[in-house]
Write a protein that binds this ligand. Structure first.
Ligand SMILES: N[C@@H](CCC(=O)N[C@@H](CS)C(=O)NCC(=O)O)C(=O)O
Length: 89
């Protein structure tokens, strides 16, 4: 889903009640970026905390999503992982 979403795309995404973007993040400056974007544009999303102070980003499960063990990362509506602040935005 790279590229810009237009109003019709957003309406379609908003109408899909059981589909959510999973946002893996923590309370750091980089971690707030996709969270702020999701809240501002109003896309349904679920915040999944990854406590980097406790090295949760090193878990094999999380590294399947973000191989470089960095937050933020998201899984989009089609189940695709994106990581890094630029790609998640
Ligand atoms: N500009 C980077 C920043 C990502 C980043 O450095 N995340 C830090 C937290 S702000 C992190 O996940 N650190 C844990 C680690 O590297 O193991 C990106 O988003 O690609």
């Amino acid at each position: 889903m790279q590229g810009r979403l237009d109003a019709a795309d957003l309406a379609l995404l908003r109408s899909s009640e059981d589909e959510m973007i999973d946002c893996y993040t923590w309370t750091t400056d980089n971690g707030y970026k996709p969270r702020m974007m999701l809240e501002e544009i109003g896309l349904p999303h679920k915040i999944i905390p990854v406590n980097i102070r406790e090295k949760a980003q090193m878990s094999p499960e999380f590294m399947k999503i973000s191989p470089g063990h960095k937050i933020p990362a998201i899984i989009d509506y089609e189940g695709r992982p994106w990581w890094g602040d630029r790609d998640t935005l």
